[in-house]
Design a binder for this molecule. Structure first.
Ligand code: SAM
Length: 286
């Protein structure tokens, strides 16, 4: 039998995944079945079937997305920037191996090209086959899968994209550089003159330092910066943040209209997601 990694334990006949969130916090999920457990050159990739969250993608022991609530994150990271752009045609997704963001972007008829630059082909393969609640077994011909490091990819792109979505894992391992200033500068260069970008900027409750640094870096590069939030039960702290940088003025939230088939985003959510809690406004001086 395959040896279990340290973050999967057996207790009284049950399997548990324990995510070491931080020094004094561990989160444990009771697991029905290990569906996939494989090592890629980048990370340990697992698809687990859990009792409360259904199937989940787990990378190096960290839960990335689940059948239960993956739609909240994927809809928020996709529909907010695409609704803010008047005519999105070319979209770049960096990371996003679970395919959930690409699936949402594909709902826009105006979009002609979706480049998905994911470092790890194994993540895409297993999510398409075993995590279809999230990936929808995406097979839209507009999606071009490029198995490359997103950091290197954006160095070569110039004024090509209308929207760039950075759907990264936490700032450790291969994703660390996806939070660096140079990377955001290259994203800026890869966007057309009226383009905009969004990235996930971690938990306002547990990772305010990362959030603050991301906001400050994007704010230093783009003339317009906006931050928005959503509650994603899977992510530690629940409340999650997204930071958006735009090269041109954006419509006011009240002007946004929405007509896509979704589970979480609607016109009211789009218009209100930019309203930040007081502690965030205060610490970000907004
Ligand atoms: N929604 C998730 C979250 O916030 O936890 C993250 C989704 S997605 C699974 C993150 C993906 O980013 C992973 O599949 C990982 O392989 C990919 N990734 C990490 N570093 C990368 C890099 N430098 N270039 C491209 N993709 C990268």
């Amino acid at each position: 039998m395959q040896q279990l990694p340290a973050y999967i334990q057996e207790a009284n006949g049950d399997l548990w995944l324990t995510e070491n969130e931080r020094e004094n916090l561990k989160l444990s999920y009771r697991v029905k079945e290990i569906v996939v457990s494989e090592h890629s050159p980048y990370q340990h990739v697992m698809i687990l079937d859990s009792y409360d969250f259904g199937r989940m993608l787990v990378l190096d022991g960290v839960v990335q997305t689940t059948s239960l609530d993956g739609f909240i994150y994927n809809e928020m990271i996709s529909h907010v920037p695409l609704s803010l752009h008047p005519d999105p045609k070319s979209v770049l997704i960096i990371g996003g191996g679970d395919c959930g963001a690409a699936r949402e972007v594909a709902k826009y008829a105006s979009v002609e090209q979706i480049d998905m630059v994911e470092i790890d082909e194994l993540v895409v393969e297993v999510c398409k086959e075993h995590l279809q609640d999230v990936s929808g077994n995406l097979s839209d011909p507009r999606v071009r899968f490029l198995y490359r490091d997103g950091v290197e990819f954006v160095k070569e792109a110039s004024e090509h994209y209308d929207v760039i979505i950075v759907d990264s894992s936490d700032p450790v391992g291969p994703a660390k550089q996806l939070f660096e200033r140079d990377f955001y500068q290259n994203i800026y260069n890869a966007l057309k003159r009226d383009g905009l970008m969004v990235c996930q900027s971690q938990s306002p409750i547990f990772h305010f330092d990362v959030l603050e640094q991301t906001h400050s870096r994007i704010n230093g590069l783009f003339p317009v910066t906006r931050m928005y939030t959503a509650v994603v039960p899977t992510y530690p702290g629940g409340l999650w943040s997204f930071t958006l940088g735009s090269k041109r003025e954006l419509p006011e939230p009240e002007e946004l209209r929405f007509d896509k088939e979704t589970q979480y985003v609607n016109q009211d959510i789009l218009q209100r997601c930019f309203q930040l809690p007081q502690f965030m406004r205060k610490r970000l001086s907004l």
